[in-house]
Each structure stands twice: as C-alpha cells, then as structure tokens.
Design a protein around this ligand. Structure first.
Ligand code: PRP
Length: 197
C-alpha cells in the first residue's frame, strides 16, 4: 500500500506517547468479530436497536455493527455530568436523546468501557422506563476492579487492567481515541502540563 508521508508522520507522533500496547489492533478486531457473530445469532428475526453513548463508543460501534449480519437499527445518546460530585453519585444529564422510540424493541446497549458502572446504571434505568421488549449490554472493555454497582453485562470483549490506558475510543483529555489499539500512556504524558494548542 502507498504510504502518505504526512499521515504516517502524524501517526508516529501520537504513538510516541505510548509506553506499551496492552491489547493489539488484531486482538480487538478478532474479538469484535466473535461478538458480532454471537449477537447475530442471538438476535435473529428481532431487528435489534443498537444504542451507543457518545463519544468513546464511536469506534467500537462502527466496527461491531459491520460484524453483525442481521438487519438492525442504530441510535445514539449523549450524556454529560452535572458536576464531579453529581457524577460520583451516578447522576448524569442527557444532552442528546434518542431519535427512535424504544418501546417494544429489543435493545442492545453498547459501551466502550464500563468502569464504576454509574453511567451505565443511570442510562439503563432511564431506558427501562421506556418499556423496551428487552435490553442487554455489550461493552468492549470492562474495568471490573472499579465497579461500584453490579450490572449484568451480556457481551464483554476484554477485561482491562487497573491502569490508565488509551486508544480505540478511550481518551486522555480528548486525545488518543483514534489509536487502533489499547496502549499504556507514558507517565510523562500523564503528568506534563497541557500547553495551549
Ligand atoms: C466513559 C464510557 C462510559 C463511562 C463509564 O465515558 O464511555 O460512558 O465513561 O464510566 P463509569 O462506569 O465509571 O460510569 P466518558 O465519560 O469518559 O465520556 P466519553 O465516552 O466521551 O469519553
């Protein structure tokens, strides 16, 4: 494949901040194929509605849906916390609601990562009030050690270590989401002051 010098140089710059790769691009894509296959089997004839919560889920949802072989629909939610304190209590604000009604629908709620579980718990409570026929959760990454609320996760890609990792949707100050793998950030990046761009 022909290399675009400008693109490869930018990619190299972002990767320079990575200490080590925790989950490779190939491992992620392979696991997503398996999840897509399982979901396609489980939801045959059900025309499931996939719901993602922005922004981190963007990459996973796009790749997952291309591995699902049955008819489906997709919609998005966006949430924002009222304050750090409210967020710690599991209260989030819906800043973009769904476009599609979910009553009577089979919903697959897709997350990039479940950490404390507070966001997911809040959203699930909200969605369940709208009386879907069923609702199951599919998360690519699970940070079980941080969990404050036990929630059933039907489809899980990987358990993440208790480290600050970025890539494949996971960010540090909104950067690194576009890395195709999960990597450990260099400690120097975590501690250095951000300079205005
Ligand atoms: C991430 C992730 C979940 C939430 C999980 O979103 O997408 O929504 O954190 O954390 P919790 O289990 O501790 O509640 P984030 O708030 O980082 O926003 P983003 O998707 O825009 O990165």
């Amino acid at each position: 494949m022909r290399q675009n010098n400008l693109t490869s140089s930018k990619d190299s710059d972002l990767k320079l901040d990575i200490d080590s790769i925790v989950i490779s691009e190939a491992e992620i894509q392979e696991r997503i194929k398996e999840l897509g296959k399982r979901i396609s089997f489980d939801y045959q004839g059900k025309n499931p509605l996939f719901i993602g919560v922005l922004k981190g889920v963007l990459f996973f949802l796009a790749d997952l849906l291309r591995c699902v072989t049955i008819p489906l629909e997709v919609d998005f939610l966006a949430v924002s916390s009222y304050s750090a304190e409210a967020r710690n209590k599991g209260v989030v604000r819906l800043v973009k609601d769904l476009d599609i009604p979910i009553d009577g629908r089979h919903v697959v709620f897709v997350e990039d990562v479940v950490d404390t579980g507070l966001t997911l718990n809040y959203i699930l409570q909200n969605l369940k009030m709208r009386q879907p026929a069923s609702i199951k959760v599919c998360t690519l990454f699970d940070k079980r050690k941080h969990r404050l609320i036990t929630l059933p996760l039907e489809y899980v890609g990987f358990e993440l270590p208790d480290r600050f990792v970025v890539g494949y949707g996971l960010d540090f100050r909104e950067k690194y989401r576009n890395l195709p793998f999960i990597g450990l950030l260099k400690s120097s990046v975590l501690t250095r002051e951000t300079s205005p761009e």
